[in-house]
Design a protein around this ligand. Sequence first.
Ligand SMILES: [Zn+2]
Length: 182
Amino acid sequence: MAFIKRKTAVKPVEAPRDYSELENAGDLLNFAAKNKIRTEPLDISSLAQLLGIKMIFEPMDGDDSGSLKKNKKTGEWVMKVNSLHHPNRQRFTIAHELGHFINDSANQDEFSDTVFFRNGESNPMEVAANRFAAELLLPEESFRKYIEYTSSKVEDIADYFHVSSLAVRIRAKQLGYTGHNV
Ligand SMILES: [Zn+2]
């Protein structure tokens, strides 16, 4: 018996992971849902790992939130998060770095971040990464629904989405809410 190469039975080569179609926070949320990752509140660490990013949680100096760097030898992206920060702040850090990953990683190999929501932040790349993070952790539709059907208290919203009260207030302002609660 001979083994004959059959031209028609070529095993398809597994396509390289290509995430270039993921262009914004909404795309990432759809991608998470498709891959059975919880989206409300978003399981953001799993999402980052699914994107092939190596996650490292370690203690850092006070104001350092985290960083995202490409290993020049292996091409692997590594995200470090300050494990001393409140878990909700760590989530925002990861979301912010994912903003850099999606928006900026084609042009830059290294991002380091300290304090977010700096008053008068003027670097457009940082403003965009914060915006991306807010859209990822507090998607407009879910945010509005929660306020309409469940509660408009900042603390309740923060608890539900696992973000800080400050993040909720900023998001509420972005979406045009005003008042004592949001
Ligand atoms: Zn940044």
